[in-house]
Structure formats: structure tokens, C-alpha cells
Design a protein around this ligand. Structure first.
Ligand SMILES: C[S@@+](CC[C@H](N)C(=O)[O-])C[C@H]1O[C@@H](n2cnc3c(N)ncnc32)[C@H](O)[C@@H]1O
Length: 270
């Protein structure tokens, strides 16, 4: 857990509140770090505090987006034709559907987020992309989420699927049982499916962990975890090389380390 965290806030207070300019939202803080305009003063203040202890954070955000791209390419190259991007965030090009469709133009993609504003942005962007859908849903309710996808005929769980959870699981507190969420997803994925995650590491510098403790009690509260804890989330998947490592190592050998460490991993369900 992030230093100073005294246990999770009640779930209700950690739901993003659309258009509430006083409450942090992780999608908006991230949007600011990626250079977007869909954020408020409260999000900018948090992002600036993070940047003052870790100036390379914007670079790390783009490394993490590049990891997402790499993971989608791996899955698409392996023949995956349907993708679920959980905790998709405010759209940022290249998005999952753009990457997947470079390899397979017919790929179906569903973007899911629990922030209504994010889903509205995705909807507006995707209005003219058949086979690409944005859905309001909460990762903490994996069965509801998957039932919704089946009900709307968006994904066929009898066929392999790729699920991406990029920088999302560290918003799920321990008492919201992240390992059980992943097990529920895994058990409903067909053999040959892929799971790609990134997760904030507890090996990040103490300074950035202290700044992040300022998110406690908001929907942007984080629980950064160890490499072993992150690897345990991929139980039941075969880990692809190079394993559970900082996202930079998935990209190129010469990229710099960052004081905030973002672990990346890709698994295949046997
Ligand atoms: C740091 S952003 C990452 C966005 C995107 N995955 C990316 O890498 O660019 C985290 C996103 O996860 C979403 N999120 C956090 N907890 C969630 C939950 N329980 N269910 C669905 N979405 C969630 C937030 O609303 C936000 O859009």
C-alpha cells in the first residue's frame, strides 16, 4: 500500500463524480499528464505535485501507452480479433482499436470505464467506428461487466479475447479483492486469450509514494504493489517474456529508469 494509507475509503466515495470540479478523478489526472485538456484545477494540482517529485512522469505515461500498443500488437499478431480495454481512460491516439485494426481491420473493441465523462468522450469519438463500443462499467464487478458484453452481443467469450487493464488495478484496494477480480475474468476467457496489465510498483521512490498518498479517500486513491503481488494477479496465465518488469523493458533496452515504476506484464491463457 502507498505510505500513509490507512485502509480504503468506502467504495461510494471512490467513485468518480462526473463534472465535480472539486474531486480528483484518475482519468483527468492522467489526461493532464498525457497533455490533454479534459481536466480541472484539482487534477492539475495533483499532477503538478507528482511532477515536482518525479519530473519524468509525463515520459513514463507515454512509455505506458507504448506498452499498451505493444501488448495489443502481440495479441493481434497471435490472431486475437476481440479486445476489451478495461479502465480505458479519456481517448488518446493511438487507441486500442487503432492498433488492433492496423493488424486486423475487422477487430472488435470494447472500451469500458466507470467514469461517465470518459465514456461520453469515447462515445463521441467512436460514433462512426462500427465494431468499436464504449460502455460504462466497473472493473470491481467483473461478472456484471462480462454479462453486459454478452447481453449486447459485443464479445463472444467462446472465442479468445484480449483484455487490457493498463494502469487500473492499482485503483482497486486490497479489500476489493483484485486477485479475485482477475480470477473471475480469467475463468470466463477462452483458452488462447491474452491479459495485459500495468501496475504501479511499491519500489517507486518514497517521494512519489508520499505525494500519491494525497489521493487517499478519493476515487484516485492508489495501492501500489510489489512485483510478486503483481505477478500473482496473472495466476493461471503463461507469462510472456520479459515477464513482470518496468514497462520500459517491454519496449527497448536503452530507455531510462523512472522514479515512479510502472510494471507491465502480458499473459496467455493456456
Ligand atoms: C490512469 S487512467 C489509465 C487510462 C488508460 N488505461 C491508459 O492507460 O491510458 C485509469 C482509468 O481507469 C479508470 N478506472 C479506475 N477504476 C476503475 C474501475 N473500478 N472500473 C472501471 N474503470 C476504472 C479511471 O476512470 C481511468 O479512466
Amino acid at each position: 500500500m502507498v505510505e500513509g494509507t490507512e485502509g480504503p475509503a468506502p467504495e461510494s466515495s471512490r467513485m468518480p463524480r462526473p463534472f465535480d470540479t472539486e474531486q480528483l478523478a484518475s482519468a483527468r489526472v492522467y489526461d493532464y499528464l498525457l497533455g490533454g485538456k479534459d481536466n480541472y484545477d484539482v487534477d492539475q494540482d495533483m499532477a503538478r505535485q507528482m511532477l515536482s517529485s518525479t519530473p519524468e512522469l509525463k515520459t513514463l505515461a507515454w512509455f505506458t501507452r507504448s506498452f499498451m500498443r505493444r501488448a495489443v500488437e502481440i495479441a493481434a499478431d497471435a490472431g486475437i480479433r476481440q479486445f476489451i480495454d478495461l479502465g480505458s481512460g479519456t481517448p488518446n491516439s493511438p487507441n486500442v482499436h487503432e492498433v488492433a485494426r492496423e493488424i486486423e481491420p475487422s477487430a472488435r473493441v470494447v472500451y469500458v470505464d466507470y467514469d461517465q465523462v470518459v465514456v461520453s468522450h469515447c462515445d463521441a469519438l467512436l460514433a462512426r467506428s462500427p465494431g468499436v463500443t464504449a460502455l460504462l462499467g466497473d472493473v470491481r464487478r467483473p461478472h456484471d461487466l462480462l454479462d453486459q458484453l454478452i447481453e449486447h452481443d459485443l464479445i463472444d467469450l467462446d472465442e479468445p479475447v484480449a483484455i487490457t487493464l493498463v494502469s487500473v488495478l492499482h485503483y482497486v484496494m486490497d479489500d476489493e479483492h483484485p486477485a479475485e477480480i482477475l480470477a473471475a475474468l480469467r475463468d470466463r476467457m477462452a483458452p488462447g486469450s491474452y491479459l495485459a496489465i500495468t501496475h504501479g510498483s511499491s519500489d517507486s521512490s518514497p517521494e512519489i509514494l508520499r505525494v500519491l498518498a494525497g489521493t487517499n479517500g478519493t476515487s484516485a486513491q492508489v495501492a501500489f504493489r510489489s512485483t510478486a503481488q503483481t505477478e500473482a494477479f496473472l495466476a493461471g496465465f503463461e507469462l510472456l517474456d520479459p515477464g513482470v518488469v518496468p514497462v520500459q523493458q517491454w519496449l527497448r533496452p536503452d530507455l531510462p529508469d523512472t522514479r515512479m515504476v510502472m510494471l507491465g506484464a502480458v499473459g496467455r491463457k493456456p
